[in-house]
Ligand binder design. Structure first.
Ligand SMILES: Nc1ncnc2c1ncn2[C@@H]1O[C@H](COP(=O)(O)O)[C@@H](OP(=O)(O)O)[C@H]1O
Ligand SMILES: [Mg+2]
Ligand SMILES: [Mg+2]
Ligand SMILES: [Mg+2]
Length: 329
């Protein structure tokens, strides 16, 4: 019997939707406006605001649950970043939430857990920050992990227009509880009856539609080209930022999402995958690493026991793993 997790999934959906509203508004007005983190990757006002409001919402309902979030407030607290802090506060207040700067910083840091607990949430407040800055795809991804197993997921893709989207509404939120299937609703119409998502039924490798990251630093584009050759598919891989790729596979618009390592020492972060993985699995798909091993979410904040990530509709999984091995550069 799967557990129900009713309050967890509804809280998670509401939280990612509230954060998405902030992100969309910032994305419309933002120039090329990011702070650089220690690893030189970008972070925006919206990444911090999103993490703050989601952590606050989780803390209210589940005060004992630790949160493993991507961001922390350390660099934000410096004197030179005072204007950045003020803008984060302004964006949060604009949604009607009463807050002080001090509170916002403390909400962000609710997300500082290392993932060593039996039960914890993992949060990517904006996944695909580079896509966000290009005004393209991004996602807000939240998942609950219990004893190393992802049990609940909410994945908002505020700019994703799917085949299935109601009246061409832009933006969807996908959610899943393990054992209960995955659902999708328009981001702005949460009251409509959700659609159940289901991966594609395509079995022939020749017909496989692939997607991959836009960023050549995040996935090996050349290697995936060779994989397509091995499979015999002629279609170009579609490049999409963020966990929107998981959403695309979950609802049957692509059969395969490849994340092929560009270097040996990179460990995938759990928040870059947990939400998307459960949504795909509960839509009938399969997710492993490039060696066919299940992703191991019991190792803290990274997937240190895995190499890369392979997402398929399940039917094509073995063919894709073989092609990856045969095409390894
Ligand atoms: N060398 C690398 N290999 C794989 N992923 C990487 C990477 N360096 C950074 N990333 C991750 O790639 C994510 C974006 O994935 P994608 O390219 O599919 O949109 C980033 O998430 P953030 O944007 O949340 O920081 C970041 O965590
Ligand atoms: Mg980042
Ligand atoms: Mg990310
Ligand atoms: Mg992020």
């Amino acid at each position: 019997m799967s557990e129900v997790f009713e309050s967890e999934v509804s809280t998670a959906i509401q939280a990612v939707v509230a954060a998405s509203v902030i992100c969309r508004s910032v994305q419309k007005t933002i120039a090329d406006d990011a702070m650089e983190k220690k690893d030189r990757s970008p972070v925006t006002v919206a990444d911090f605001a999103s993490q703050a409001v989601i952590c606050r919402a989780l803390r209210e309902v589940f005060p004992n649950d630790p949160i493993v979030g991507e961001e922390d407030s350390k660099e934000l607290r410096t004197a030179e970043n005072a204007p950045f802090r003020a803008r984060i506060l302004k964006e949060i207040q604009a949604t009607g939430v009463e807050a002080s700067e001090k509170e916002v910083l403390s909400w962000i840091d609710f997300g500082n857990h290392d993932g060593s607990a039996d039960r914890f949430w993992t949060l990517d407040p904006i996944d695909g920050t580079k896509g966000f800055l290009r005004k393209e795809q991004f996602a807000v991804s939240l998942a609950l992990i219990v004893d190393g197993t992802i049990q609940v997921a909410a994945l908002a893709c505020p700019n994703l227009q799917t085949r299935d989207t109601w009246d061409n509404a832009q933006g969807v939120v996908l959610s899943a509880v393990r054992g209960q299937g995955a659902r999708m609703t328009p981001l702005d119409l949460l009251d409509v009856t959700p659609h159940t998502t289901q991966v594609s039924a395509i079995k022939s490798p020749l017909e496989a539609r692939l997607c991959e990251s836009v960023e050549s630093g995040h996935t090996a584009h050349g290697w995936s080209g060779n994989v397509r050759e091995q499979l015999g598919t002629t279609a170009e891989a579609v490049r999409i930022d963020s966990q929107a790729k998981y959403a695309v596979v979950a609802q049957g618009d692509a059969e395969v999402y490849l994340r092929l390592p560009t270097r040996k020492d990179y460990q995938e972060k759990i928040w870059d995958h947990a939400g998307g993985v459960l949504v795909v699995e509960e839509s009938g798909g399969t997710v492993t690493d490039i060696d066919g091993k299940p992703l191991d979410f019991s190792q803290g904040s990274t997937l240190k026991n895995n190499r890369g990530v392979v997402v398929t509709n399940g039917l094509l999984h073995d063919d894709v793993l073989k092609a990856i091995a045969a095409a390894e550069e």
